[in-house]
Design a protein around this ligand. Structure first.
Ligand code: DUC
Ligand code: ZN
Ligand code: ZN
Length: 470
């Protein structure tokens, strides 16, 4: 039996096990795991390397419209390129329905942007902003059957926020169709109230972004989202959780037997609101929502991972250039934090940060790292076992990892479309040295070797965790 590629001499890590083993790859799939696998067209030496399932980042934004005159720094080509440099093999960006648009129209647009432009595999979550009878009654059920098996709803933002009634109606459709529902939980009216008050007092610098959406804003909405989902009896994923109080809401729901899941992100482990408090407009680089909090909140988010209150660790990559009138330094943003584009880059730094701060510093074990960075994403969003593990029959999506390599994060290592990284100068131990998507090497030793036609769109199964409850 011969293979296209054998990855030889490495240590394979899955969410369950760690074992010395060679990996035989044929036709883009993992065909054998074992020793003495025989011949292959190519041998990849994995001595002293970890052989990990490629990262799956189930929360990224590419090419999303973000306000008048603002342009997101990444489209699909640069976004998926950066993802590959960071050891990721699949990403799940959002398809944003604009008001008045059908979901099919929105999808047609995002597919046209993505087709032939992706270095890694891609699937879309739908953002539902206009839950009309047609959208809820006809489009969504048909699209879930077509493989768009997750959607996100917002509880804040002009043009995006749904009322409680609309949330309930959308949740009911998620329940009936078996789709996974992601919730952005912040209280819209509270943010508007606080923002107006801050502006009236002349408090308009970027640091007041954090003051305008403090922890109770997130805690209240998290509690409400959970309560509404309980009424409908539908599983939900609370995305980008930033602090203990929101995390405790999720934990309590889980202890009561509700299927409420949680996600946290690198910014909530590594940044604080002090990062927003810098001279001139520098703080704009860290404006994202929910905002980074404080050291105690970082500790709480680590606990959420350690105690498995959170099941996924995603980047929420939402990049804008800093020194750019179409980015963080848009002229209106100087008049108030309200107009600073909301989001930070992170798809390339997610895995090195979790590995270094989590595994190397002894906060989480290696198998949990794989679960949080790949396997759980695949399971929760309907891609498992094709994606997210190293097993015979799975796609040969692999990140070869040097667990000892010390790297100082610099923007030039990131290869995205932004002009900065919030983690500039951070020293990490552990780095992806090769990224392979379906048996094809895409990045090797810091060099892009794969073309942007290789990544494909992935229709997904219904997530088992969202299956209709009898
Ligand atoms: N929510 C996200 O999920 N990403 C960026 C900004 C936001 O509010
Ligand atoms: Zn969000
Ligand atoms: Zn996001």
């Amino acid at each position: 039996m011969s293979f296209d590629i054998i990855i030889r001499g490495g240590t394979v890590v899955t969410a369950a096990d760690t074992f010395a083993c060679d990996v035989g790859i044929r036709d883009g799939k993992i065909a054998a795991l074992g020793h003495d696998l025989g011949d292959a067209t190519a041998i990849i030496d994995a001595t002293d390397r970890l052989v990990l399932p490629g990262g799956i980042d189930s929360h990224v934004h590419f090419a999303q419209p973000s306000g008048d005159g603002i342009v997101m720094a990444d489209g699909f080509a640069s976004g998926t390129r950066s993802a590959a440099f960071g050891g990721n093999t699949t990403v799940l960006p959002f398809c944003l329905q604009e008001k008045g648009q059908t979901l099919r129209e929105a999808l047609k647009h995002y597919h046209s942007l993505a087709d032939g432009e992706c270095h890694v595999d891609v699937a879309f979550h739908l953002i539902v902003t206009d839950p009309t009878e047609h959208v809820l009654g006809q489009e969504l059920p048909a699209l879930v059957e077509d493989g768009y098996t997750s959607l996100k709803v917002f509880m804040t933002y002009e043009g995006l926020a749904l009322s409680d009634r609309e949330l309930l109606e959308t949740m009911a459709v998620a329940r009936e169709t078996g789709a996974m529902l992601m919730v952005h939980a912040e209280n819209f009216d509270a943010i508007r109230f606080l923002t107006d008050r801050l502006e009236r007092a002349g408090n308009t610098a970027p640091r007041f972004h954090a003051t305008s959406r403090p922890i109770p804003v997130e805690r209240e909405a998290t509690h409400r989202a959970i309560s509404l989902s309980e009424l409908v009896d539908v599983p939900i994923m609370i995305v980008h959780v930033s602090n203990r109080e929101a995390m405790d809401e999720i934990r309590r729901a889980q202890q009561r037997g509700l299927r409420v899941m949680g996600e946290t992100c690198p910014q909530y482990l590594m940044l604080t609101e002090k990062d927003l408090d810098q001279l001139n407009m520098e703080g704009a680089k860290y404006v994202c929502s929910p905002p980074p909090r404080d050291i105690a909140s970082q500790q709480a988010c680590w606990e959420g991972l350690q105690q498995k209150v959170f099941s996924v660790f995603s980047s929420d990559h939402c990049p804008f250039r800093y020194d750019d009138p179409q980015g963080k330094l848009a002229p209106k943003g100087r008049t108030s934090f309200r107009w600073v584009p909301n989001g930070i880059p992170g798809v390339a730094t997610r895995l090195p940060i979790l590995f270094s701060e989590g595994v190397v510093k002894g906060r989480i074990d290696l198998n949990s790292f794989v679960a949080f960075s790949a396997t759980n994403h695949a399971k929760i969003y309907g891609l498992y076992p094709r994606k997210g593990t190293i097993a015979v029959g799975s796609d040969a999506d692999i990140a070869l990892w040097d667990p000892k390599r010390k790297v100082t994060i610099r923007h030039e290592l990131i290869h995205d479309g932004a002009d900065y990284t919030p983690y500039e100068g951070l020293e990490v131990t552990g780095w992806p040295v090769l990224t392979m998507v379906r048996g094809k090497v895409v990045v090797e030793d810091g060099t892009l070797v794969g073309g942007k036609e290789h990544g494909t769109y992935l229709p997904r199964s219904k997530p088992p965790g969202a299956a209709t409850i009898p």
